[in-house]
Design a protein around this ligand. Sequence first.
Ligand SMILES: *[C@@H]1O[C@H](CO)[C@@H](O)[C@H](O)[C@H]1NC(C)=O
Ligand SMILES: *[C@@H]1O[C@H](CO)[C@@H](O)[C@H](O)[C@H]1NC(C)=O
Ligand SMILES: *[C@@H]1O[C@H](CO)[C@@H](O)[C@H](O)[C@H]1NC(C)=O
Ligand SMILES: *[C@@H]1O[C@H](CO)[C@@H](O)[C@H](O)[C@H]1NC(C)=O
Length: 391
Amino acid sequence: MVVFRKAMAGGLLLSLSLTLLGWGAEGRRGKKEVSGGATVYLGQDRDIWRPLIHTAVNLSEISSIKSSFHLRTFDPEGAVFYGDTKNGEDWFVLSLKDGIPLMQISRGNSLVSVAGGPKLNDGKWHIVEVSNQDPFVILEVDGSNRMEVGMQSKETNEVLSGELRLALGGILVDQEKLIVPFEPHMDGCVRKGSWLNLSVPWEVEAEELWPCYQNVQPGSYFPGTGFAIFNTSVFPIEADGGVKTELWGDFSKMDGTIFSIKAPGQELMFALVANNNTKEVTLTFGEENICMKDTFKRLVIIFQTDSLQVLQDEDESKTTTLPTSPVSHPGYLTAWKEGRLAVGGLLGEEEDDVGSQFLTGCLEKIQVQGRDLDLDLAVKHMSISSHSCPA
Ligand SMILES: *[C@@H]1O[C@H](CO)[C@@H](O)[C@H](O)[C@H]1NC(C)=O
Ligand SMILES: *[C@@H]1O[C@H](CO)[C@@H](O)[C@H](O)[C@H]1NC(C)=O
Ligand SMILES: *[C@@H]1O[C@H](CO)[C@@H](O)[C@H](O)[C@H]1NC(C)=O
Ligand SMILES: *[C@@H]1O[C@H](CO)[C@@H](O)[C@H](O)[C@H]1NC(C)=O
C-alpha cells in the first residue's frame, strides 16, 4: 500500500483501486456475494484501509437518495461507510473518531469534514442514515441528531452518469486525501443495510465473512490463538515515577498469559498468568512469584525501581509488595523504556517470536499510566477483537 500510494495520482488511482479490489484482469468471477442487508463484522482481518464488502451501480439506476444501516460498536475510531462517483474523484467517507460520527466529503474542488452528534461507541445498535439532497449531505442517527453539510458545486446542471461505488469498513481513495486522518480498523458490526433502495449484491473481499457476536460487552477478547505486542516506548514513562498498570475483568474466566514484559536481550521481566484449573493467577517478577486466588475483578500493578506493588480490587488488605525485602531492580525501567509488552501471550527470546501460552478470555479494560490501552495500535493477531467481547 505504501509503495502504491506514492504512485497514486489522477487516472492511476482508478486502476489501482480496482486492482486492490480484485477487479483487475481476473474480472469479477468467483467472488463471494452477500446482500446489502447482511450482517457484517467490520473488524475482520485484512489490509487495514481495504473495504470488507463493496458494490457498484449505474447512477442512472438510482431512484432513492437514502442509505441506512444499523451500527454497533465499542470502538471509538474506524472506517464505516464509503461512497464515490466519477471513479473516486468525488467521494464520501463516514467514520467514527472519539466515538463521534465524522463525515468527510470531496466534491469538485471542495473538501469538507464535519463531526458531531452523540458518541456511538456504547455497544448499542444505532440506526445511521445518510442522504443526499443536493446540495446537502445529511446524516441522522437514531432518527434525530441531524447533521447537515451544504456543498454548492460550481459545475451547474451536472449530468450524473457513470458508476456509484459503495463500500463498508474501508475506503477506496488514498487515505492521504482525508482532511482528518483516522485509524481505519473498526471493531464493530453493521446490519440491515438499505442502500439507495437497491437490491444489487455486494462483493465480499474475503473467503468468508466472520460473524458478529450476538451480544457484546466492552473489552478485548482473546480466543486463545494469538497475542498483541506494544513497544513499551509508546508509553510515557518518567525516570523515577514508577509505572502503573491496571487490569479489569473476570479473572476466574481467563486462562493463559494475561500480559508479559521483556527487554531485548534480557530475561522475561514480568508475567501475569491465569490458570483455569487451579483457579489461581500467578505473577512473576524476575525471580519472584506470587499466587493469588482468581476471585478479584481488578488488579493494579505498580512497577518501581526497588519494588512491585500489587493491589487486588480496592482492598488495601490484599496489597502485596514484592520483593518482601527491598532490592534494587533497575532492569525494570529498561524493560519499560526499550522493551515490549505483550497482552494475551508470553514473549519469548526472539525479537520476532510468535509467543506462547495465549490467553483465552475477556479483558474488560487495560490501563497503563492511567490511559486506556488501545489494542488497535498494537501489532496483534487477527483473532483478537480489540473493543468487544462476546457477552
Ligand atoms: C451502466 O449503463 C451503461 C450505459 O447505460 C451500460 O453500458 C453499462 O453496462 C451499465 N453498467 C452496469 C454495471 O449496469
Ligand atoms: C424501492 O424499491 C422498490 C422495489 O424495487 C419500489 O417499489 C419502491 O418504490 C422504491 N422506493 C423508493 C423510495 O424509491
Ligand atoms: C517496535 O520497535 C521495532 C524496532 O524499533 C520496530 O521495528 C517496530 O515496528 C515497532 N513496533 C511498533 C508496534 O511500534
Ligand atoms: C475453565 O474451566 C471450565 C471448567 O473446566 C471450562 O468450562 C471453561 O471453558 C474454562 N475456561 C477457559 C477460559 O478456559
